[in-house]
Write a protein that binds this ligand. Structure first.
Ligand code: PLP
Length: 451
């Protein structure tokens, strides 16, 4: 007999430890066991269907079980499942590097593969550090934004700034310089929108004037700080950061792991402000959300600093067992094919407008402080008082309650604290997009009534 949700959940509780999950709460949750997915829906072991409202943690692009990507995975699986990229190479890895370089902004010409976003960030940090060292001008300092999120490994956490996730590990981290972020709703400099954007970026100038000679790189999530609560920077913020970094001869790492592959409306977010990074990290949507793969892209100038005789130790000493897994690379190639064949980015533009229109009424809800969106990234910040912008007590877990209410109505969403996040697959159809926003609005209304 096929096991259903209840039996499988019991087995899960016996042995599984879930990421970013308070396990004591999990034990009482009746979370669905996802068994299949098709298009824009996840289907659980009892046959219930849910709209995938956060693209399975911001990774899915063209929908689930897309025949083009599935058959690319099958074909590659029959030919070569894995071969090390240390000392060997393979066709899917070569082709994917070519395709990514052709798509990437600016002068990025070299691709280093890993399997997850955090690893791609670690590699970018090591590349920046070693670049200066190899040039005989060692620099050890990194600059990051307040509320930054770049992944959960120790280097990535060091350049992170989300109290809730990162403070516990502070004794293990290397020190960084933090620059105010353009969170205009709660501006660290007390400015209002849009002045907050440039004012915050300008603070980088102060940091670099003070310690620029020792700064290896600055790292930034372009246009949107995702995990911090979908914080959307006003126009010009990113361009100003890039301009200041350039003026002070500091490398700029642009982390496109969340924003890349169309999520903000263009293939990469930094295109929108004409920013050309020295290093760029990608992950999540690179395989369309089918298999784990990430990459760090670098300019030729950075790459060349790593050339030399082996005994000079300019080599990038970094790699993983599954670096550039060929099946993941084949999925990524098919993902890029679908972008072209289905004109995904072109089709997306009217849906971005529709989404903006659908969200508009929510901005007037008495418990909604701010609705932020850029492309297909949406954050709805809940507050107890719109006047004072007072947040809810953490113990109420209001965002989590909204997600649970949405699940009962047939949509999977995952909040960031009390910011309700919507991040549908780019290819979602208009009816499903409308339904997703309706469900989010109804769930917010239900949960905040009386809170
Ligand atoms: C901007 C950014 N960088 C890095 C990461 C980490 O990626 P991964 O979860 O694949 O390690 C994330 C994940 O949400 C992210 O949003």
């Amino acid at each position: 007999m096929t096991e259903r949700n209840e039996e499988l959940r019991a087995r899960d509780r016996a042995h599984v430890w879930h990421p970013f999950t308070p396990q004591s709460v999990w034990a009482e949750d009746d979370a669905p066991v996802i068994e299949r997915a098709g298009g824009f829906e996840l289907i659980d072991a009892d046959g219930n269907r849910y709209i995938d409202g956060v693209s399975s943690l911001w990774v899915n692009v063209h929908g689930h079980s897309h025949p083009r990507i599935v058959s690319a995975i099958k074909e590659q699986t029959e030919r070569l499942q894995h071969a090390t990229f240390l000392g060997l190479t393979h066709r899917p890895g070569i082709e994917l590097a070519e395709r990514l370089v052709a798509l990437a902004p600016g002068n990025l010409s070299r691709v280093f593969f890993s399997e997850n976003g955090a690893a791609a960030v670690e590699v970018a940090l090591k590349m920046a550090f070693s670049y200066w060292r190899n040039r005989g001008e060692p620099r050890a300092r990194f600059v990051r934004l307040l509320d930054a999120y770049h992944g959960d490994t120790i280097g990535a956490v060091s350049v992170g700034g989300i109290e809730r996730f990162h403070e516990t590990y502070r004794p293990l981290l290397f020190e960084t310089a933090a620059v105010p972020n353009a969170y205009c709703y709660r501006c660290p400099l007390g400015k209002t929108y849009p002045a907050c954007g440039i004012a915050c970026a300008d603070e980088l100038e102060t940091v670099l004037a003070r310690e620029g000679d020792n700064v290896a790189a600055g790292i930034v999530e372009p246009l949107v700080q995702g995990a911090a609560g979908i914080i959307t920077a006003p126009d010009g913020h990113l361009a100003r950061i890039a301009e200041i970094a350039r003026a002070h001869n500091t490398l700029l790492i642009v982390d496109e792991i969340a924003t890349g592959f169309g999520r903000t409306g263009t293939m990469f977010a930094c295109e929108q402000e004409g920013v050309e990074p020295d290093l760029m990290t990608i992950g999540k949507g690179v395989t369309g959300g089918y298999l784990p793969l990430s990459a760090t892209l670098a300019t030729e100038q950075i790459y060349e600093a790593f050339l030399g005789a082996p005994e000079d130790h300019r080599t990038l000493y970094h790699g993983h067992s599954y670096s550039a897994n060929p099946i993941a690379c084949a999925a990524a190639l098919a993902n890029l094919d679908v972008f072209e064949e289905e004109r995904t980015l072109e089709q997306l533009q009217p849906k971005i407008e529709l989404l903006a229109a659908l969200l508009k009424p929510l901005a007037d809800h008495p418990r909604v402080g701010e609705v932020r969106h850029r492309g297909f990234m949406v954050g709805i910040e809940l507050v107890t008082d719109r006047e004072t912008r007072e947040p809810y007590a953490e113990s109420l877990q209001t965002g989590a309650a909204v997600a649970k209410a949405a699940r009962a109505r047939g949509a999977i969403i995952r909040p960031l604290g009390d910011v309700v996040v919507l991040m549908p697959p780019l290819a979602i159809r208009e009816e499903q997009l409308t339904r997703l926003v309706d469900i989010a609005a109804a769930s917010i209304a239900e949960v905040t009534r009386g809170r």
